[in-house]
Design a protein around this ligand. Structure first.
Ligand code: IVH
Length: 670
């Protein structure tokens, strides 16, 4: 056997061993023997780069290459589920389904609701070709390389397994409790910040830029929905069984229920037993089993009518409140934080909880030394939900009622409270250190300028050394400032400067977001950038002009207008412009002006182009994409599965519906 044949043989064997180990739970060789085969394969592959296979079992080991993520439009939008919290809600759902199906019999597939992040996997010719995060539901990040390191996700499926050639399967990527605990223990030892829960850890990991990191962290995945033309008539429950036969990990705990009582049995069982599972769950998902009935019930704008999530009640513990401290954020908002005796809650140790604002402290009537009840909302953020007032009479350590700080704990300025707002603010925005640092940290963050060679620790260090006070100072940094007297940190200094240089091509909408204007998140920044086209345009906008923009209300308009009139901000923007940052939208050449002045809504899924491509097409012909239908809408470019509420609204306002073909003909692209 030559080396080429040996490589192919090793790959085949390792794929099979993976299946036996991860899916059948019945390995036929020892871990050492497996590692030895993998070792042999990797050595041979290194010698034969011409035989590289993106789906070789060796990709499970990950690579050190760093990659940014491409954005991918989902073939079908990734919707979320409606949430319910009570039995009454579950009964109401059951009733709605029964009525929607006109009294016909139906089955409900009961499943665990896995608490990780959703993923869409595409297989082409039985090989994993694409893995995409949910993103905003319409567009997600291409995380294929990272997902390939998850061992329970097959890279290719056996030819005789009976799966369709091409299909999409969706599920949840999770970090098992065991991996999570190990990871946090390692981080604690390195004095790194701990992950609050397995979901955050899984999400942070999956978005990691090096797949080798992902490989080490041992993620897992459960698949819960299959889309394939060939299986259009197969019930959901059977599809999941089929997917398991093909080699996917699906839950062993799915059950069919034929009455609401059977659903409650399932819920009650898992409310008790879910802590025995190796992964985090936060509820139960109920799905109508029959695909024809699913179709009959359809979707609302946000979620299917044929499925719902029942969330488990949050866990609650009692502990002692020791102290309340105050934190200052980049906007100057001061957050009170409760410091408590450590308590184990839903698998993590809780020591601190945000108290949000003075009103909440008052409504809880908190005293220092109180015994308080802590819950995790959605099992993520711990929250104090009440006080054990009965314990007070026998509590010798009970102290005074908790009072809100009157002065900034960081800079000493007297705090202010604006009319109608719950928060207290430190007004010293141009001198208070955590505000200055916080704004710089926001400026460099991933969704803003994405300068990933800088992090909060480096910002802190530069700030303490007096090198930077604001974002514009970053662009004045010189290599000799950063690399230390002995030039030992030359390489990292150069990386920082390179990152800053690269950021000069970050588009205007993200520069606008990076400024950290109150109420201007990513979406609003994008809307404003597209509308006003440049910083100049935005600065000359009157409050009325701002209010005319779709999605901009009083609070945003006032905040933007005020920000752009503050001399300190004007100076900052001028210095950033001088440094070479993008202060206007890059003009794209128009292909034609056929759609000039027309506001167009794109809705549904399409055959010939993706939704995003249609949006670009509209812009390139001078048209404007808008999200919602109004009387100003010129027409709706209508794909398949356009929601019924949109249809209704269009009919009511008399807005024409234009099909894909008609639209392409209109532009002469047909
Ligand atoms: S079904 C249209 N099944 O819960 C069907 N989702 O808001 C949509 N999830 O984003 C999802 N376990 O990430 C489904 N067994 C399960 C699930 C599940 C967890 C997540 C999923 C989704 C969210 C629902």
């Amino acid at each position: 056997m030559n080396e080429t044949q040996r490589i192919l043989q090793l790959r085949k064997e390792l794929h099979e061993h993976n299946h036996r180990y991860y899916i059948d739970n019945a390995p036929t060789i020892s871990d050492q023997a497996f590692d030895a085969l993998m070792d042999e394969l990797m050595k041979l592959e290194a010698r034969h780069p011409e035989l590289a296979d993106p789906n070789s079992p060796s990709v499970r080991v990950g690579s050190d290459l760093s990659h940014e993520f491409n954005q991918v439009v989902h073939a079908r939008p990734m919707l979320s589920l409606g949430n319910t919290y009570s039995r009454a809600d579950v009964e109401a759902f059951y009733q709605r389904v029964a009525e929607g199906l006109g009294g016909a019999p139906f089955e409900i597939c009961c499943e665990l609701k896995y608490d990780g992040l959703s993923i869409s996997l595409r297989y082409e010719h039985r090989r994993l070709s694409l893995a995409v995060t949910r993103g905003d539901g319409a567009i997600g990040d291409d995380v294929t390389e990272n997902v390939k390191t998850i061992r329970t996700i097959p890279l290719e499926l056996p030819a005789d397994c009976g799966c369709p050639d091409d299909f999409e399967i969706r599920g949840e990527v999770l970090m098992p409790w065991a991996s999570f605990e190990r990871l946090n223990a390692e981080r604690e030892a390195r004095e790194e910040q701990l992950f609050a829960n397995p979901r955050n850890a899984a999400s942070g990991t999956l978005k990691s830029k090096t797949s080798a990191v992902v490989a080490q962290r041992r993620l897992d995945a459960y698949l819960y929905y299959v889309y394939a033309d060939e299986l259009a008539h197969m019930p959901h429950f059977d599809r999941l069984h089929a997917a398991r036969q093909w080699g996917f990990q699906t839950s062993e705990h799915i059950r069919l229920a034929r009455s609401v009582d059977e659903i409650f049995e399932y819920i009650d069982y898992w409310d008790q037993h879910r802590r025995e599972l190796p992964v985090a769950t936060d509820g139960i998902v109920l799905k109508v089993n029959d695909p024809a009935q699913q179709q009959q019930l359809g979707f609302t704008a946000k979620s299917p009518r044929w499925a719902i999530a029942y969330k488990f009640k949050a866990e609650r513990e009692r502990t002692l409140l020791r102290e309340v401290t105050f934190q200052v954020g980049r906007t100057g908002a001061v957050t009170p934080v409760a410091n408590m005796d450590p308590v184990l809650l839903a698998g993590t140790v809780v020591r601190r909880a945000s108290l949000h604002n003075a009103d909440i402290i008052r409504s809880l009537d908190l005293h220092l030394g109180d015994y308080v009840y802590v819950e995790k909302a959605g099992e993520i953020i711990p929250q104090i939900v009440g006080v054990d007032t009965e314990a007070r009479s026998t509590n010798p350590a009970l102290g005074a009622p908790v009072a809100f700080a009157t002065h900034c704990p960081e800079c000493g300025a007297a705090l202010v409270r604006y009319p109608g707002e719950a928060a207290h603010y430190c007004p010293a925005s141009s001198t208070c250190p955590p505000q200055l640092k916080g704004r710089i940290e926001h400026f460099i963050s991933r969704d803003a300028m994405n300068i990933d060679s800088l992090g909060p620790e480096t910002v802190d260090e530069y700030f303490e050394r007096g090198l930077i006070h604001d974002a514009a100072d970053l662009y004045q940094l010189r290599v000799e400032d950063l690399c230390g007297p002995d030039r030992s940190r030359l390489r990292s200094a150069q990386r920082v400067l390179d990152g800053l240089e690269d950021s000069k091509s970050v588009p205007f909408e993200r520069v606008l977001y990076a400024l950290g204007i109150r109420f201007v998140g990513k979406v609003v920044a994008k809307t404003l950038a597209r509308h006003f086209r440049s910083m100049e345009g935005l600065r000359s906008a009157t409050p009325e002009a701002l209010l005319e923009v779709e999605g901009v209300g009083e609070a945003i308009a006032t905040s933007v207008y005020g920000f752009l009139r503050d001399p300190a901000n004007i100076l900052l923007i001028e210095r950033l412009a001088e440094a070479g940052l993008q202060m206007e939208v890059q003009q794209k050449e128009l292909v034609s002006r056929k759609l000039e002045g027309q506001s167009i809504v794109v809705s549904g899924t399409f055959l010939f182009h993706s939704r995003d491509e249609y949006k670009q097409l509209i812009e390139s012909h001078g048209g404007k994409n808008v999200g919602s239908i109004s009387k100003k809408t010129a027409f709706i470019l209508m794909g398949q599965d356009m929601g019924p509420s949109k249809r209704e609204k269009a009919a009511k306002l008399g807005i024409p519906l234009v099909s894909e073909e008609e639209f392409l003909n209109k532009l002469g692209n047909g």
